[in-house]
Design a protein around this ligand. Structure first.
Ligand SMILES: CC(=O)SCCNC(=O)CCNC(=O)[C@H](O)C(C)(C)COP(=O)(O)OP(=O)(O)OC[C@H]1O[C@@H](n2cnc3c(N)ncnc32)[C@H](O)[C@@H]1OP(=O)(O)O
Ligand SMILES: O=C([O-])CC(=O)C(=O)O
Length: 377
């Protein structure tokens, strides 16, 4: 057993592949998709345009966008058996229900077994349209209501809110959801995209990779952070208690949720758009206290920021969802709605010139020893 092997636990700082999709400059706190700054995309683009950009590599022309939008809208349907599966699992966490339903779609829709780039694009577009339908249907079914059918006249974000709430969202609410999806759409070799790539590396189909990605996103160190931030804000209760909360967490050497990132050593560039969203929405709704609590935590964390420890994308998103009256356990599924195109393109990149992803673990168990029969143990 070699002892001089360098082990990179958590694959920190390791390049395992090349990717032409998103670029993250962790030191400067910059992010771009296909060469376009996240700030331009968040202020000037729509989620549909960003999906097209991520999957096909360039911003769409008006005709290309209309065609892509029509494909997404045509895909807004679920086999009836999915509603039965949601009914029988309705008491579970929405992320478990979503993952189970996506897994069932693989068994129910024969085209999900197809592999190759065209199949991944086709199945990726279908799943991108179906994922919000599953989440919204579950929310209605668990509350004893019938699911709200999709409205083909609405954008992806507006239709999501319409299916969830059963009423047309305001333009501002739809745009905020649209921006949220754009900001969450893609982020390189994050844990869930990496997990999806591992699945595709075995030549498995896209639905299998999406199940892997959903399972991986659910954890509190990744997509689960927004839900935990909202719980933290509720626990803190009033802005004057934020400093004491942070002090106690740091004294116990516990992580403050919504802070920290494997790659960023400056503020996550996505956070600024969500921060502005919380501030504006809180003021408009006469509930500025949530924003004030969050800013109290940011202030109290400053002495601990020597490693560039800063807020990440999910520090502000939970409060936006709360102000929209969305249940806390839907926060991770909302992240998944936005991340669909990122996962799809990561899987497409993986299967171009595919290679099995199979690193090594350095053995540190017992030396070879003699087998002892049961009667002698
Ligand atoms: C969309 C996303 O997935 S973004 C991430 C969402 N997750 C969260 O918000 C959960 C809270 N954050 C964390 O748990 C971590 O920051 C992670 C898991 C995201 C990243 O962890 P790592 O890459 O292992 O962080 P890393 O080890 O480089 O941390 C550097 C230092 O900052 C500290 N640190 C990191 N995150 C936090 C935090 N949230 N609160 C307090 N201290 C922290 C570490 O303890 C470490 O300090 P030390 O050197 O004195 O021991
Ligand atoms: O990149 C990461 O490690 C996590 C993250 O911010 C994301 O997936 O959006």
């Amino acid at each position: 057993m070699s002892t001089d092997v360098k082990i990179n636990r958590g694959l920190k700082g390791i390049y395992f592949e090349r990717s032409g999709v998103s670029h993250i400059d962790g030191a400067k706190g910059e992010l771009s998709y296909r060469g376009y700054s996240i700030h331009d995309l968040a202020t000037r683009s729509t989620f549909e345009e960003v999906c097209y950009l991520l999957i096909f590599g360039d911003l769409p022309s008006a005709i290309e966008l209309a065609d892509f939008d029509a494909r997404l809208k045509t895909a807004r349907s679920l086999p009836p058996a999915i509603y039965d599966i949601i009914e029988s699992t309705k008491a579970g966490h929405p992320m478990d229900v979503l993952r189970t339903a996506v897994s069932a779609l693989a068994a129910l829709e024969p085209q999900s077994q197809n592999v190759g780039e065209d199949a991944f694009i086709e199945n990726g577009i279908r799943l991108t349209a179906q994922v919000p339908m599953i989440i919204a249907a579950h929310e209605h079914i668990r509350n004893g209501r019938a699911p709200v059918p999709a409205d083909p006249s609405l954008s992806h974000a507006a239709n999501w809110l319409y299916m969830l709430k059963g009423e047309l969202p305001s333009d501002d609410a739809a745009r905020l959801a649209d921006v949220d999806f754009i900001l969450h759409a893609e982020h390189g070799a994050n844990a869930s995209a990496f997990a999806a790539r591992v699945t595709v590396g075995t030549e498995a189909n896209l639905h299998g990779a999406m199940v892997t990605a959903l399972a991986t996103l659910a954890g509190p160190a990744h997509g689960g952070a927004a839900e935990d931030v909202m719980k933290m804000v509720q626990e803190i209760g009033t802005p004057d208690k934020a400093a004491a909360y942070v002090k106690a967490k740091r004294a116990a050497r516990e992580a403050v949720t919504g802070f920290g990132h494997r790659v960023y050593r400056a503020e996550d560039p996505r956070a600024r758009h969500m921060r502005e969203g919380v501030r504006k929405l809180g003021e408009e709704m006469g509930a500025p206290v949530w924003y004030e609590i969050l800013q109290g935590v940011v202030e109290a964390m400053k002495p601990y920021s020597r490693h560039g420890l800063n807020v990440n994308v999910d520090f502000y998103s939970g409060v936006i969802y709360q102000l929209h009256g969305i249940p806390m356990d839907l926060y991770v599924p909302i992240f998944a709605i936005g991340r669909m195109p990122g996962w799809v393109i990561q899987c497409i990149e993986q299967q171009r010139g595919n290679i099995l992803i199979r690193p090594l673990t350095l053995y540190n168990g017992p030396e070879l020893r003699d087998y002892v029969d049961m009667s002698d143990r």
